[in-house]
Design a protein. Sequence first.
Length: 220
Amino acid sequence: MKLTDIQNKIPQQLFDILSLSITELRPSQEKAIAAGLLEGKNLLVCTPTASGKTLIAELASVKRILERKGKAVYIVPLKALANEKHRDFTLRYDKILKIALSSGDFDKSDVGLAEADIIITTSEKLDSLMRHAVPWIQQVATIIVDEIHLLNDASRGPTLEILLTMLRQRTKAQIIGLSATIGNPQELAAWLQAELVLDDWRPVKLKKGIFVNGEIKFYD
């Protein structure tokens, strides 16, 4: 699928920005669009690393922002990843959107976030923000959960599960879960009331081999 194939389905500003670096969509992106990504459906996207999951999130969130449906929250597990996503989103969208990063002091409500279009944060920080009863939560139209398989993590999982439960109760947002490794994708998709997008395409083919005496012997 070419980017031009969806030109009439996304705002022109979004198309103009993406067309500077993208001409053809990857298999997972095409499957997500076919599953209702641009129509606001919840999706659980389980595809390999570097297969294009972030663009799936961008297509949905930026489209809904430009259509004035509401802001986007991008949830990541680590501060370092939050910083990385903030940098990448700022480089691409800073001319048309307000990008905010919130991953610091849990005791602060970060009142400036009310003006942001995209808020990149950790699950722990967003949990704290919701406990501060920030009013802008009701303005959220898209929720992106990166590394959503961490729901099964003993330390982070409970916070993320409770957070998603509260968000589903307090917003009508489109939820998009992203992961490269989920052991029970069908079950998780059912819990999220989401369409499941599975694909095994990756930009670099994986090879298996054994390292012996300074040499790697690959399997055929």
